[in-house]
Design a binder for this molecule. Structure first.
Ligand code: ATP
Length: 884
């Protein structure tokens, strides 16, 4: 017998579990040991050896190795071995860089891993989906991915989209009854939920019957091919730039070799020098360092509670000019407390804070109790038409489920109403809440078998559906003045920044069809709740800081316009002349009309997720780079369309998380701002080390080229060239990737996404500094050499030292857009350490006698150092005076 053919209790028996209690931890442990993790077999990893070997794949490195081999055969053992060791060390550095990048990407994947809601030992909890085992009782709701193959045990309008499995994109309605037919295909097994399919509507529970590769998806996955590794636009741009740089470097090197040979140097000597120069000058490590910088930045973001799902998002983050954010939960705490109740045309005040059931209800100064007409009924219905539960952990109250629902439970407790009262009502049908419908309804039967409907939702949605209103004397037809009085109450609540919710009911005959579109019409309006959802403390300053950074913050909410306006004012988000648009106005506007005003709009109220797409498009057409948040399944299209899709780590659904490029672990607006600033910083750091590496290379080529053109001896020998490349390009460049932002990074305004790598003066900085570094090294050579062949080794040592020192000083210049004097050089500890270790390596090569013959060096005296340092500071300091 197949799972879909079994009754739920048979499934329970087979898997030794009950849907009331779930599995015990012990059972879970045992089964996990038996069956392994609930994961599809992932792709094969590239072996470490391959990654290591890849470091030597580069064409010029291969040529260098071949040339070294020839040198070795000709008897130049010392040079040959030295070159090979340097190339090896370079390869090892590259290997570690790549490993590090890969590890942090893995860590990211882990952090973004999906979670499932599971019942274990009688309590609902969230666990990583990969920890599920057969027999686990799981709950899914709209926007989730089904975490494993499940036999549905309860379905409330549960629909799933199974195109990943069947190719069919229309959602399939699920139920819980057994199906007797045999040999059914997956799409006909409508009481089963399949791993990785998406819940598009409703909610339900089920028992896990298959995990990992034993799911229907697993069978398909075993046939599927691996996913490709993608590169970010910047990595791509740099790879392109790399090709040009290689061509230029090769050309210049060829020129050096030709000039050298023309001036009488031996072909062999010039060839080895040329190849070494090419290896040094080609920034082969650039893409790898960029990846490292991106992933290190990503790790810093994780510390600030933002998980980047796509590396490319880091670059785009720095360009963001608008943040469109949900209000509830992102700008506010999502901790609702009922503060006011409106019924019988009277407003009652509710005291108490948060989810603690401490507080009372007053009509003006007088405390009221359950006997206040309709109050008990209103609160009772609020408890029954409800999906949340109130929990206590270590004396701390929290809500499991929707905070709006939670607030209703807390309010009822303030009237000493026990949640057990809910058990007197049997729920026959539930129409869940979603942001589109803006309401939730249940059909219930009481102890006397009387049926009725309870509906709660946005007042503007419920009011037009209410034909009656309840007052002290019972039910009566809704009159115009009733309606006006309710509307006034809504406005009053909203102006106090309260979130409004209406509740109504309707008696039903036994035979009323439950799927009729009329079901939620002709309601009897009972009352209104006004809830407080306090703004998050840190959001106000985050909005101000964003504004200063040239980023506009926009609030998008399903709440009432006045509520939204009041909260936006509290947060200083809405300027005096700022506009508020609501869903109805948005509907009436064409995209062009919206474009015309959108720069003045700060708040969108009473909108549905569909509107978000229009908002994103209008902003984008106005030239903005838009970051857009979302949590529900319907938000996914807008998140996808935006430049930076942001989802909520805590309250978000799997589908939005998958569509997004950034996940906020704490659902907090302030985190978006930090991530954007961090994104800017990462990009700036990448610019810093591009500037550093390229200027160094220009200097290296220039000193060689000019010396050859001027008919001088080689100012540097091949090992020295390679050594310069190793000590200056490795650690200091990496440390620049860890640099702190320059003070004005936050004030610079968003970057133009179209700007090239060399924009904002970078090209000039590279050429000017590179040129000066080359000239400084050549001057050092000329001053030391003075045409005396006996001084050659001494002069080469001086040139070598000047080149290294000039670059190590220049690295501090690269930290600022302004000048080397603009920043405290000791601020970046890593850089100071990297530079000190490079200097140490330099000193070892110059002063340790066993290394002197290998590196063709000789010890330098104090006067030599004065010359070296004097020349080395010029390239960086010269421009320091000319700028602000
Ligand atoms: P956001 O600010 O994140 O867009 P929101 O909470 O303001 O979200 P929705 O969740 O779409 O917007 O809620 C819109 C309205 O629907 C609320 O103002 C409230 O009147 C009503 N509502 C919210 N939650 C529920 C619920 N659980 N049951 C019934 N009605 C609800």
């Amino acid at each position: 017998m197949k799972w879909y053919q079994m009754d739920v209790d048979v499934v329970e028996q087979k898997l030794h579990v009950t849907t009331k209690q779930g599995l015990s931890d012990k059972q879970v442990d045992k089964r996990r040991r038996q069956d392994g993790e609930n994961r599809l077999a992932s792709e094969e990893r590239t072996s470490r050896w391959l990654i290591f070997l890849k470091q030597f794949q580069d064409f010029m490195v291969l040529v260098l190795l071949a040339a070294t081999l020839i040198a070795g055969m000709l008897g130049e053992y010392v040079d040959a071995i030295a070159i090979i060791i340097i190339v090896l060390v370079n390869g090892i550095l590259g290997y570690f860089q790549e490993q590090r990048a890969e590890k942090s990407l893995d860590k990211l994947k882990e952090m973004a891993a999906p979670v499932a809601t599971v019942l274990r030992d009688g309590t609902w909890q969230k666990v990583l989906s990969q920890d599920l085992v057969a027999g686990d009782v799981v709950r899914v709701s709209s926007g989730d991915r089904v975490p494993a193959d499940i036999r549905v045990t309860q379905a409330n309008h549960l629909e799933t989209e199974e195109s990943a499995l069947t190719g069919e994109s229309l959602p399939v309605m699920k139920h819980a009854s057994p199906i007797s037919k045999d040999q059914l295909e997956a799409q006909d097994q409508v009481n089963m939920g399949f791993m990785n399919t998406i819940v598009t509507r409703g909610n339900g529970t089920g028992i896990v019957v298959g995990t990992g590769m034993r799911t229907v998806m697993g069978q398909i996955a075993s046939l599927m091919t691996q996913t490709k590794k993608t590169t970010t636009p910047l990595e791509h741009k740099l790879a392109e730039l790399g090709k040009i740089l290689i061509a230029v470097a090769l050309l210049l090197t060829a020129l050096v070799v030709l000039a050298g040979v023309y001036q009488g140097h031996s072909v062999y000597n010039m060839f080895l020098a040329g190849v070494s120069l090419a290896v040094a000058a080609i920034p082969e490590g650039l893409p790898a360092i960029v990846t490292v910088a991106l992933s290190l930045g990503v790790q810093r973001m994780i510390k600030k509670k933002a998980i980047v799902r796509k590396l490319s998002a880091v670059e785009t983050l720095g360009c963001a000019s608008v943040i469109c954010s949900d209000k509830t939960g992102t700008m506010t705490e999502n901790k609702m407390t009922v503060k006011e109740v409106f019924l019988n045309h009277k407003t009652l005040d509710v005291t108490g804070e948060g989810y603690k059931a401490k507080g009372d209800i007053y009509l003006e100064q007088d405390k009221v109790d359950r006997n206040f007409p309709n109050l008990e009924q209103m609160f009772l219905y609020g408890m029954v038409c409800n999906n949340a539960s109130l929990m206590v952990k270590k004396g701390h109250y929290y809500v499991d489920g929707d905070p709006t629902d939670g607030a209703l439970l807390v309010a009822a407790r303030k009237l000493d109403m026990s949640h057990q009262l809910q058990d007197n009502y049997r729920i026959i049908r539930e129409m869940p809440f979603d942001s589109e419908r803006k309401r939730m309804s249940v059909v219930v039967e009481d102890d006397n078998k009387m049926r009725f409907l309870i509906t709660k939702g946005a007042p503007e949605v419920l009011l037009p559906r209410s034909a009656y209103v309840m007052n002290e004397h019972g039910r009566k037809q809704m009159q115009r003045d009733d309606q006006q009085s309710i509307e006034r109450a809504i406005d009053n609540m909203a102006e106090k920044a309260l979130r409004t919710l209406a509740i109504g009911m309707k008696p039903l005959a036994k035979n009323t069809p439950l799927d009729s579109v009329e079901l939620e019409n002709d309601l009897s309006f009972i009352g209104l709740y006004g809830m407080m959802d306090p703004p998050r403390q840190e959001v106000k300053s985050a909005i101000a800081e964003s504004r200063e950074a040239g980023i506009k913050s926009v609030m998008i909410t399903g709440d009432h316009e006045k509520t939204a306006r009041a909260i936006a004012r509290e947060l200083n988000l809405l300027p005096e002349d700022g506009m508020v648009l609501d869903g109805a106005q948005l509907n009436a506007m064409s995209i062009e009309e919206l474009r015309d005003v959108i720069d003045q709009v700060y708040v969108f109220a009473r909108v549905t997720p569909e509107h978000k797409l229009k908002i994103v498009e209008a902003f984008q057409e106005e030239g903005h780079i838009v970051a857009m948040t979302g949590d529900g399944v319907n938000d996914a299209p807008a998140i996808k369309a935006s430049d930076i899709g942001i989802s909520m780590g805590y309250s978000g659904t799997d589908v939005t998380k998958e569509a997004s490029s950034l996940i906020l672990m704490d659902d907090n607006f302030a985190t978006i701002k930090s991530a954007i600033i961090e994104g800017r910083n990462i990009y700036e750091n990448i610019r810093k080390f591009i500037r550093y590496l390229l200027a160094s290379n220009v200097g290296e080529i220039l000193v060689m080229l000019l010396a050859m053109l001027l008919a001088m001896p080689l100012p540097l020998v091949p090992v020295q060239i390679l050594w310069v490349n190793l000590v200056t390009d490795g650690l200091p460049a990496m440390a620049l990737g860890l640099d702190q932002p320059e003070n004005d990074v936050t004030r610079r305004g968003p970057r133009n996404p179209k700007e090239g790598i060399f924009a904002r003066g970078l090209g000039f900085q590279v050429i000017s500094r590179g040129f000066l570094i080359g000239i400084a090294a050549l001057t050092a050579f000329m001053m030391a050499f003075q045409g005396d062949p006996d001084q050659l080794i001494y002069a080469q040592t001086i040139t070598f030292t000047t080149l290294v020192m000039a670059q190590l000083i220049h690295v501090f210049d690269c930290r600022s857009e302004h000048s080397i004097f603009a920043r405290n050089p000791f601020e970046n500890r890593f850089l100071v350490l990297a530079v000190l270790s490079s200097i140490l390596l330099l000193l070892v090569v110059i002063y340790w006698s066993p290394l002197q013959p290998i590196f063709h060096t000789t010890a330098l005296g104090v006067r030599d150092w004065v010359l070296v340092l004097g020349l080395s500071v010029i390239p960086s300091v010269l421009f320091g005076f000319s700028k602000k």
